[in-house]
Design a binder for this molecule. Structure first.
Ligand code: AMP
Ligand code: FE
Ligand code: FE
Ligand code: ZN
Length: 283
């Protein structure tokens, strides 16, 4: 019995609320056999997660959730088992994190016109060198008593239509797939069928990504619509893509619970077979 597999989680290295060590402990407590650590645009949590998994029997798949921009939409791409020392990956993720930092600062400047919040309040909510995002601004708003929790912040002040929103630099999905594949990694489109702003990207674009080395689609995810999942299944069958499912756990930062969606062992086997830049850590 291979056990439960959850391939999308965040630690405090990005916008999760638990350290990589706490995340690994939570994964063990949730009864997972395999967890992937997939912080936004960063591999900084990998070593700590491996160390924490040592002796627990948990397998950790090293991963990342790469930010990409597709026209006006932000498209997230899960990347597994790539080489974290690859020069392009290091340079590009540093550029994205730097862009995120300046973008968050601009968002905070705008919010500060109307609310009592400072850049220092936001920095106090993030880890040094971590990937900064709107969730950290949300935490600062919560700490100031301006909103009740992250979700309330996203529905109001941090909503992209609020007037405070800004985008940030990210490569295109095609550039992202090429970069991950060149680093020996395995690209899987994250939650490709969420509501509203982030619609399913059209088949033509998916076909282009597949030709460049896209391996899978994250279909079992709470933010994918039911109609979207049906369409994604058709695409997965047509292009022989791996189907994954995962929680997108952020600790207390989101309601998503570990193992609420999981990936089949055969799907994980295909991902592991396709990855050559780094190896699963069998703790
Ligand atoms: P950003 O990358 O800075 O644009 O912020 C988007 C991130 O915020 C995503 O990675 C989500 O994990 C997180 N997020 C989006 N909506 C919510 C929400 N309603 N509650 C908590 N976190 C959210
Ligand atoms: Fe996130
Ligand atoms: Fe995402
Ligand atoms: Zn995520």
């Amino acid at each position: 019995m291979p056990g439960l597999i959850d391939l999308h989680t965040h630690s405090s290295v990005s916008d999760g609320t638990e350290t990589p060590t706490e995340l690994v402990r939570a994964a063990v407590a949730a009864g997972l056999a395999t967890v992937a650590i997939t912080d936004h645009d960063s591999t900084a949590g990998w070593q700590e997660a491996f160390a924490a998994a040592s002796g627990t029997g948990l397998t950790v798949i090293p991963g990342m959730e790469l930010s990409t921009n597709y026209g006006p939409a932000s498209v997230h791409m899960l990347a597994y088992l790539f080489d974290p020392t690859d020069k392009t990956v290091i340079a590009e993720t540093a550029r994205i994190r730097d862009g995120r930092m300046h973008r968050a600062e601009r968002i905070v400047e705008r919010i500060a016109v109307d609310y009592d919040i400072t850049w220092a309040d936001v920095l106090a909510q993030s880890v040094d060198g971590g990937t900064l995002g709107r969730p950290h601004i949300a935490d600062a708003l919560v700490a100031k008593g301006l909103v009740s929790d992250r979700s309330a912040a996203f529905e109001s002040i941090l909503h992209w239509r609020s007037g405070y929103y800004e985008k940030y630099y990210a490569p295109s999905p095609l550039e992202g797939v090429r970069m991950i594949v060149a680093a020996g990694g395995v690209p899987v489109l994250a939650h490709p069928a969420t509501h509203g702003r982030y619609r399913v990207i059209e088949e033509r674009a998916i076909a282009e990504l597949v030709a460049a080395g896209l391996v899978g689609l994250e279909i079992h995810h709470r933010d994918n619509t039911e109609d979207g999942k049906v369409r994604l299944y058709e695409l997965a069958t047509k292009y022989d893509l791996v189907v994954t499912g995962s929680s997108d756990y952020h600790g207390e930062g989101k309601p998503n619970r570990l193992a609420e969606n999981t990936t089949e062992p055969e799907a994980l086997e295909r991902i592991v077979a396709a990855g050559s830049g780094s190896a699963p850590y069998r703790g």
